[in-house]
Each structure stands twice: as C-alpha cells, then as structure tokens.
Design a binder for this molecule. Structure first.
Ligand code: 1CP
Length: 333
C-alpha cells in the first residue's frame, strides 16, 4: 500500500509521507520553461503529454510520496462551456454564465471537452516514477467553484455586491456542479487517481450560519460519492474556524488544515488523519527556521496519522533548494 494510504486507511503513525499543494508548477524553473512556450494555460492543461510531464517534474527532484495532477479546479467551469481565461498578473477571468445552456449540457460533451485530463492521469499513474506513490486527483468544492463562476474572477479582490441575490441561480448551479463534479471524480478514479482531494479555497468567506447550505451539504454529497467508489477523500476547507464541526458533518477520510489553524487544537479535537498546516511563507525564510517550524508540526502530530504538506500552495517565489531541505527534514525525522 502507498504511504499516503497507509496513513489514511491504516492510521499508520510511524511514517510521515509528504506531498505539497501546488508542487507541480509555479516555483520550478523547468515548469516555467514549458509555461513560457505555452502561454495558453487551458491548452497546456489539455495537452496530456505536457501536463503529465509537469506533474512528474517535482517527483524527479524530490522524494515526494504523491503526484498531484497538473490541471486546475477551473477546468470544470470550462468543461461546462463557461469561458475561462488566465490573465497574466491578474488570474482567472470567467465569461458570462448562461444557466440555460449549462442546464442542457450532457455528460458526454463535458467529458469530451476535458478528456486529456484523464489521459494525463493515466500516463502519470502508469509511469514507473509513481510506483508505490499515490496519484492524487482533485476537484474544487461546489462552493468555491460557484464563487468563481458567479463572481467571474478571484474573490481575493472582492465578492460581487449582489452575489447572493439570485437564490434560484445559486441553487441550480450547486445542483449542476454536484452532478458534473461526480462525473469528473469518477473519470479521474477510473484513469488511475487513487486519492481525491476536494479544495474549498474560499470556504472562509462564509459566515458560520451559511456553511451548512453552501459547504457542508454539497461537500458531504461528494465525499459520500468518492467513498462509494472505494477511494479515500481528503478535504481542504481553507479559512474555516471550526474544523471539528466540519469533520463531524462532512466526514472526509482525512482533513487538510490551513496555516492559520492551531495544530494543537486540531490534535485535541480531531480524530481522523490530518494533513498540512505549515505556512508556505516559512519556505521563504532560512533553513534553520524551516527546520524549527517543520519539526513543530512533526512533533505535535508524532502519535497521530499525519501527512506532511503546507497550509496552502507553495509560493511561486520559493527557492527549490528550500523544498529540498524541507523534504529531507521530514524524511529524516
Ligand atoms: O501542483 C499543482 O500545481 C497541481 C495543479 C493545480 C491545482 C491543484 C493548479 C495549477 N491549480 C490547482 C488548484 C487551484 N486552482 C485552486 C485550489 C487550491 C488553492 O487554493 O490554491 C484554486 C483556487 C485555483 C484557481 C486558480 N488557478 C487561480 C486563482 C487563485 C485566486 O487567487 O483566486 C490561478 C491564478 C490559477 C492558475 C494556476 N493553476 C495551476 C497553476 C500552476 C497556475 C498558475 C498558472 C500560471 O503559470 O500562470
């Protein structure tokens, strides 16, 4: 069994597997070179030879225990025929949302449009490098995807003022997303993804009272679906205050925590395997500090099933030699 599954399924505490969110891309010079030659990000994600190559790049450099497929959560709105573009120094820009056309879309056309993603997963999972490692497939949670689809850009700047105005639209989108996310999950698993991570990057935008409708229930439906396919599921509800409630209601197989979450509180309150936590900014400091901060997480979770990861994606300005150092600290622990 792969090290990640040993932790998630067998609750093994004597090993600390490691992989890093956004490990493929951004901070690696060999990725930047491919990216420079391929300015259209969507096309790059749909080129299975390049996207599988990018997925494997970090595994050639570092002793990671998992490959996360080079793709994006916004490939689902793209598959639903909403225009998606990634603008340099700005981020994603989405086209107008046409509910009528999305409602009519059938499964086969959706799968056809993003099919190279599944081919890439197959190439990665069949590659010698991923033997005894996990190939991780992923989706954005319905809430986070809906945020991009309605807001039409990152909510980092702000959420549209009338975001919640159209209740009918919101409920329809959530239902449609649930349907197509299940299709996307199933195809990833059938092509070799052995673990699914659900990214809810914008869960922290909601007030406590809105979590059941937008986060807990839609995510629970997906979690149950992944489990029904005999596949472990890791959830990352970034920015929420109450991870305990989340775990009790959504019941993922493992929970990924963000860098603002107190790991001691998690250890006390949460029984399921834990992943992540270390602030990605620590990789921008020095090696002594990196060692100190990394050991903090390893010490706290030494008797708890724990997968090492960061508390959000690795930052583009990270020096790969710091990543090398981090992996060695975790492996030598
Ligand atoms: O390791 C990997 O890089 C795996 C592939 C991967 C994953 C898992 C990418 C490639 N993106 C994602 C997930 C993703 N995409 C999330 C969830 C995780 C998170 O919170 O970081 C989100 C919110 C996105 C949306 C997205 N994609 C944004 C907007 C972020 C925001 O501030 O709103 C952006 C800028 C992207 C582009 C993107 N996706 C991935 C890469 C390498 C890039 C950069 C593309 C480039 O080179 O310009």
């Amino acid at each position: 069994m792969s090290p990640l599954k040993e932790v998630i399924i067998n609750k093994q505490t004597s090993i600390n597997p490691i992989w890093i969110m956004r490990q493929a891309g951004r901070y690696l010079p060999e990725f930047r070179e491919i990216r420079r030659q391929n300015p259209d990000f969507i096309k790059l994600c749909l080129n299975e030879n390049l996207s599988s190559e990018i997925t494997l790049q970090p595994l050639k450099r570092f002793e990671f225990d998992a490959a996360i497929i080079f793709s994006d959560i916004l490939m689902v709105p793209y598959g639903l025929n909403q225009n998606v573009e990634f603008k340099k120094n700005f981020g994603p820009v989405l086209g107008d949302l046409n509910l009528e056309s999305i409602s009519k879309l059938d499964e086969i056309d959706f799968v056809k449009k993003i099919y190279p993603i599944y081919k890439a997963i197959k190439l990665v999972s069949n590659n010698q490098i991923t033997q005894n490692k996990s190939t991780i497939g992923f989706v954005g949670a319905p809430w986070t995807l809906m945020v991009y689809m309605i807001n039409q850009q990152s909510p980092k700047l702000k959420l549209k003022e009338n975001f919640f105005k159209d209740n009918f639209l919101i409920n329809r989108i959530l239902i449609i997303l649930e349907k197509f996310l299940k299709v996307h999950i199933k195809n990833q698993i059938e092509n070799g993804a052995e673990i699914i991570q659900i990214f809810d990057s914008w869960a922290g935008l909601l007030e406590e009272k809105d979590l059941p409708n937008y986060v807990y229930i839609p995510t629970l439906n997906l979690v149950e679906y992944v489990k029904s396919l005999n596949t472990p599921v890791i959830c990352f509800p970034k920015g929420i205050k109450n991870y305990k409630n989340y775990c009790e209601i959504v019941k993922p197989d493992a929970i990924c925590i963000d860098y603002e979450t107190d790991p001691l509180r998690i250890l006390k309150e949460i029984k399921i395997p834990v992943q992540g936590g270390l602030d990605p900014k620590v990789l921008l400091t020095d090696k002594d500090n990196l060692k100190k901060e990394t050991k903090k997480y390893l010490d706290i979770f030494k008797d708890h099933p724990y997968i090492f990861n960061l508390g959000h994606g690795v930052l583009p300005e990270t020096d790969p030699s710091m990543m090398d150092c981090l992996v060695k600290i975790v492996k030598d622990y």
